[in-house]
Ligand binder design. Structure first.
Ligand code: MG
Length: 454
């Protein structure tokens, strides 16, 4: 197998351990060689440790190959992606490790359409990188190769606002708590909400490479923020990940809402408001089967994909859809851009609440109830594939989706078993109507795993 550099979403590593300035230089050089001399690349970064070091090393690599670099500075990933698309750059690079723990940073490669570069492009960049097939450019063109590009944030803020009904949101007089995890969402979401007439309380909103909470927005990491939402009587809370392409909501009772639940609610709303879009949603197998339970009776087709939002975006690009999403708070609204987009998702949620004259808790309580378990078992990829095979056999009579591990769907439960794309573990996700049922399914899978491991 060819050596890999890119994971499911960019290159990631611990700063100065598994991701160094030397690697960034070579990666920039490889991307530059792939794009060719004379290309124009927009480079942005989030506020993580090592950001300037990696940005400058990547820039040096790109310029070595004769690529002109536009320095977009600190910005959320979706803001950079929008600028790449709208200004016709040949590509983009974002220095970010998204939701990973603070010691990580990373390098994302964006295609000219603003979507994460397809796997085929990454493979070509990897070949250049590992085989050192760099193409140095002639000295004669190497002047004025780095330029500041200051429009990224303003353009994104304006663009998100233009996609929602500003007046109806303003009229509601919302109070919203925003938690951008001490990262670049702080530069955009509070501003966008303010311009939508929202009273904003920002938490963890000073940029800090050692954030107050874990960058991944989860029930656990948003616990204190959720307490604040309830305590001050806010209508909504929103937590972003480090690069603010995800939005996880907190209802006014202080409950953290899983991303697939929020997405189901948004999809229902978008279906009624967008007759021009196909009645179809695209989601990864990691989402709850509740997506089908709720949306299918409304005549909305559900397309399942492998895990990874760039995969969802590419499917949407081909077949069209109302929206695409994952359970982790990634949500793609195609009328803005075909990438997950935390501030856009937040603005849409506010428009929905204003238009439907309702509270988020009311909408959540209307959804079917499932008891959910998410866990992982340390094992090699080979053993994890063996586990997948055994689970397929165990549930032979049931409906199965096998595009990424196996997802088994029963009358009152579903379970997904898949090898992780990045770590030596098997990921298990399951939901059942009853807690006992969920626990018994988990136990039977754990037993098989024990047998395989021994
Ligand atoms: Mg992210």
């Amino acid at each position: 197998m060819a050596r890999r550099l890119f994971g499911t979403d960019g290159v990631r590593g611990i700063v100065n351990e598994t991701l160094t300035a030397e690697m960034a230089l070579k990666l920039g050089y490889a991307i530059g060689t792939y794009l060719g001399p004379g290309s124009r690349v927009l480079l942005c970064m989030d506020a993580r440790a090592g950001n300037e070091m990696l940005a400058q090393a990547t820039t040096a690599g790109l310029v070595s190959a004769g690529v002109k670099v536009y320095d977009g500075g600190l910005a959320p990933t979706p803001a950079c992606q929008l600028a790449v698309r709208d200004w016709g750059f040949d590509g983009g690079v974002v220095i970010t490790a998204s939701h990973n723990p603070p010691q990580y940073n990373g390098i994302k490669f964006i295609a000219s359409d603003g979507i994460e570069a397809p796997r085929s492009a990454e493979e070509e960049v990897e070949r250049i990188y590992f085989e050192s097939r760099f193409k140095p450019s002639s000295w004669s063109i190497l002047s004025h190769m780095v330029e500041k590009f200051t429009l990224v944030i303003d353009h994104y803020v304006k663009s998100v606002i233009s996609k929602v009904d500003k007046e109806i949101i303003k009229a509601r007089g919302f109070k919203v708590v925003v938690d951008p995890a001490n990262n670049v969402g702080a530069l955009t979401t509070p501003r966008i909400l303010k311009e939508l007439g929202v009273k904003v309380l920002s938490i963890n909103a000073h940029l800090d490479s050692i954030p107050y909470r874990e960058p991944e927005p989860t029930e656990h990491s948003l616990k204190e923020t959720a307490n604040v939402v309830r305590a001050i009587g806010a209508d909504l809370g929103v937590g972003h990940d480090g690069d603010a392409d995800r939005a996880v909501f907190i209802d006014e009772e202080g409950r953290v809402v899983l991303g697939d639940r929020a997405a189901i609610i948004l999809a229902q709303y978008l279906a009624t408001r967008n007759p021009d879009l196909p009645k179809r949603i695209v989601t990864a197998v990691s989402s709850s089967i509740m997506v089908e339970d709720v949306l299918k009776p409304l005549g909305i087709e559900v397309v399942w994909t492998k895990v990874g939002s760039p995969i969802i975006a590419r499917v949407m690009q081909k077949s069209g859809a109302l929206c695409g999403f994952e359970e982790n708070g990634s949500f793609i609204y195609p009328k803005h851009q075909l990438v997950r987009d935390g501030a856009m998702t937040t603005a849409l949620m506010l428009e929905l609440l204003a238009h439907e004259k309702t509270k988020l808790s009311t909408l959540i309580d209307k959804l079917p109830k499932y008891y959910a378990i998410k866990t992982k078992i340390p094992m090699s990829r080979e053993k994890a594939l063996e586990l997948v095979h055994e689970v397929k056999k165990l549930y032979a009579g049931y409906r199965q989706i096998t595009i990424d591990g196996v997802k088994v769907i029963g009358e009152d439960f579903w379970v997904l078993v898949r090898p992780s794309g990045t770590e030596p573990i098997a990921r298990i996700m399951l939901e059942a109507r009853e807690k006992e049922k969920a626990e018994s399914i988990l136990n039977s899978i754990l037993k098989i795993a024990e047998r395989i491991k021994s």
